[in-house]
Design a protein around this ligand. Structure first.
Ligand SMILES: [Zn+2]
Length: 304
């Protein structure tokens, strides 16, 4: 008896998802990983757009999705055929996945070990895009500037230097041989990231005028710029050298509160560097990210 058609199709999709990281693409075009945040999406300024309780959230999650669609369309026009999209904001369940093309694979929900970059380790990606990114907790000007948690962390440092999410995520991508080829967000985020991205395309969709204030393009214009830049970014892939795998890294976390630093420092691999600060020496950027995710997610009250 043959396998019913819908079961066969499901088995086929599962084979794609479970394929080894170095499996050849069925379509043999460029493979692109897209990590998406929300604070750096065109027009976003505050909780009204960023939280599911916000009055404008439903509209702005569509704009977030539309920026991903613009990046995919531009990339596809330049020869990309395979896309994995990681939803990286809040509970990481913001993208309207029914609006994405049928052949896109989505990473959603959390916590998850590699956070906003979960999936990049499954690799053979030719490039990664950071869409909707914001500036670091150490930025003086960015819209909703923070690193990984505005509620819990006042600073994150990577190898001693203040680090944005984009910077940490670029290091994770580099560990798996994937160059960042495009980043989008506000001007403060792009100014922080540009020096670390080795000639990647950057798209500034708004100017930070305050923590919750901006001079912004319209969504339509932001999406047009992202689409054009994504096409240029993919066309330039042959000119980009694959980044070299990084060795051990040091990650420093400064919490708003005293007790997370106190209790984490009871672990022998964690060093207390201040009343509210800890340091973890990680074997590589992915291990550093897992430490951050552990520090921000663990609670003995977790259920189930
Ligand atoms: Zn976010």
């Amino acid at each position: 008896m043959g396998i019913p058609k819908n079961v066969a199709r499901t088995a086929c999709l599962l084979a794609l998802l479970l394929a080894p990281a170095n499996a050849a693409s069925a379509k043999d075009g460029y493979r692109v990983f897209v990590s998406v945040d929300m604070e750096g999406v065109t027009g976003v300024v505050g909780p009204g757009q960023l939280s599911s309780a916000g009055a404008e959230y439903q509209r702005f999650r569509k704009f977030m999705t539309d920026e991903v669609l613009a990046a995919i369309a531009g990339a596809r026009a330049a020869g990309a055929t395979d896309f994995v999209v990681a939803d990286g904001h809040g509970d990481m369940q913001n993208l309207l996945i029914e609006d994405l093309p049928a052949d896109v694979v989505v990473v959603r929900g959390g916590p998850r070990p590699l956070g906003m970059m979960e999936g990049v380790e499954r690799g053979r990606f030719d490039g990664a895009m950071l869409i909707g990114y914001h500036a670091s907790a150490s930025s003086l000007t960015g819209v909703r500037a923070h690193t990984f948690s505005s509620a819990r962390l006042s600073e994150v440092r990577l190898n001693g230097a203040p680090a944005s999410e984009g910077l940490v995520n670029a290091a994770i991508a580099a560990q798996f041989g994937v160059p960042i080829i495009l980043a989008s967000g506000d001007d403060a985020a792009m100014d922080e990231l540009r020096p670390a991205l080795g000639g990647a395309e950057t798209v500034t969709v708004k100017r930070a005028a305050g923590y919750q204030a901006t001079e912004t393009l319209t969504p339509q214009q932001g999406q047009a710029l992202i689409r054009a830049a994504a096409a240029r970014a993919v066309a330039a892939i042959p000119t980009r050298a694959a980044p070299k795998a990084k060795g051990p890294v040091t990650i420093d976390l400064t919490f708003h509160a005293y007790r997370p630093a106190e209790i984490l420092s009871w672990l022998p691999m964690v060093e207390r560097t201040g009343a509210r600060s800890v340091r973890f020496k990680a074997s590589d950027p992915a291990a550093a990210m897992k430490f951050v995710d552990f520090a921000l997610s663990y609670s003995v009250e977790l259920e189930p």
